[in-house]
Design a protein around this ligand. Sequence first.
Ligand code: ACM
Ligand code: ZN
Length: 742
Amino acid sequence: MKYLFSLFTSLFLLCNTLYAETWKNLIPQPVQVEPQAGQFILKKGFNSYLTSLDYENQMNWLVEKGWEKLFVFEVVAPRKVVTKQDLSLEGVFFFHEAGMEPESYRLEITPNQIRLTAGDQAGMFYAVQTLLQMLPPAIYGAQDLELREYALDCVTITDQPRYAYRGLMLDVSRTFYTADQVKEILNWMAAHKLNRMHWHLTDDNGWRIEIKKYPQLTEKGAWRGVGEVTPPAYHQGNGRYGGYYTQREIKEVIRYAAERNIEIIPEIDLPGHSRSLVGSMPQMVCESDKAYISINGETNNVVCVGNEKNYKILENIIKEVANLFPSQYIHIGGDEVDLTSWNNCPHCQQLLKEKGLENSRLLLNEFASRMENILKKYGKTMAGWEEITEGDQHRPETIFTAWHGVKEVQKCLDKGYKAVMQMCEYNYFDMKYSVAERGHNWAGIIPLEKAYSFDPESLFPDFAAKGQIMGVQAGMWSELLGYPARFIEHQLFPRTCALAEVGWTPAQLKDYDNFEERMYQAHFARLYHMGIAFRVAPPEVLYEDGILWVKPPHNSSVIRYTTDGSQPTAASPVYRATIATEQPENYRFATFFGDELSSISVGASNIDLYHYLQPKTTIETNMTFRKAQELEATLTCYDYKKVARTDRPIQAGDYLIYHFEEPVTCKRITVETGRPGISFYGVSNGYVEYSTDGTHYEKAGEFEYNQVSFLPEKAVKSVRIVITDINDWYMAEFQNLKIECK
Ligand code: ACM
Ligand code: ZN
């Protein structure tokens, strides 16, 4: 995952930092930074000294990740505790100070010493993380820098977190990440002082944790595909997709996380979002033949809560989970349960009657209480999504993960439970950064500034004062992360840097402009050297009075452009001054970071870039559609937000033809399928053909990522989509043709 970076780039990034004030560009911003006169020059012969063996691991971390990357010479780090008279030596000292706040530290750099002081391992780990940020960003990369000396500006930093819980929820069900990939994410979290990973291990789309008593959960439930218990989804077409963690791997990930001060909270998402569970163990569903489709488009994904045998199975599962994970908490889900099966199941209705519940919604509360008791038996405290708070009270120590809007969350807080904030409109990093970029948008658009602006205390001032807000976490749901490769890194970064500051830095020190400056001055370079394929912000482009104006996202940004409408590459010319042109629609611009990372390409936002033609068109198809009467109007209106949705899965032999009334002469035709900008329900298996006479067709191209684009040489009479196999399971969506004029 490491980038090769050019010598020029690394030298540039190195020099940039060498002459900067080394305490300046820290993320998250510490509580107090007091610059002092002078510098400590690190050069051959300086030593590290422990005043307590407690901090040996942190000292070794600094030597390995810092000094060894930086210097051509070896740094001595003796495994012995120094005596009082050694305290005046030159070098790096690790001090223990009893009574310091958890995770807090002090970092003092004087002309002859670096002193790191903490009251616990976590605090010392963070002192080291801060010190690493004072070194050149390239120390995070694969290459050693081989310097002979390095100057640190003198400073005193006193620091502690705003919230005790600073996390990331990682959904490994919809897109699976191997144990090694998860470790890499843990590394990135640690560098940002995040200390909790909420591991969303199960959902409809895959059961990812080995349970020894029920091997079928991973033999069957970890796989999606044709004939599997979970249907193909998310661009896998007819392929088999999946994976899971063995308990051995999980133990190793837990150990690795702990080394980085990260606690892992496992989630087994119940009783909804359970397609992979009930698909593997069909006896767990309700006795009801009423069909339903959950909000996520799943059928049959709810556990029967009226079947006593299910609690025994769940207890057996929880027992293994509880034995594996040292965390106090196990998250049992509880979100988005479709009530159809409970409403129609004799066992669930019997339970409802016995308990005197008003409606099936309250069966969730009943279920959560049962789970709470099971967890208690194994020494664990329950965590759940905010839905679990509805109904009677659970134990006071139960916590919930807030995810809806302010009003809903407020109601849950009113009941007195503590909460972790993962609010959809701020913290769901599966949302888009901007309208034109890929991602979900149901909770809105989440640009970096919005992610940064999150402040739980101003949203819920009463509850903050009562200590009910434990902290914050990013929500990394993974429906859309299957492609392009490494899209998770794009969605996480730089928004996770903003979240780190939301969780760590006091509200009064938060300042977006200042944060952005620190990102551009140093932190993007750190991310780059860590090998993270982070999102690069596109420029803004306007066309006025015959001139193209480009506003880069930052004055240090490199913008490249093309003049033929294509995506700029590292070989494209650099934009240096406004461009006078009569053909602004041919220009595309993108921001580059190094040669490897670039933004989406954009043209002038105030002109029609494509001149799409709108020929009179009719539709012919053998598929059936949800809004059959509207089909033709929807697909021939040339409104690119509109889609026509089938009412059944697509299959080999299906087709859809766009017939033009008159043959159309054009430069390019693009056939896009799936939901615009989100790409669910596109065509994975199929191709496009076109005809010049409406009878004889020739192939234009195979679908790739839901799309085919072609350059017809003659006037086109018809365009035919031919389906060769299934796509994302239960429906497909078709869009208007994009026909670019010559
Ligand atoms: C959720 O987004 N269903 C918690
Ligand atoms: Zn039932």
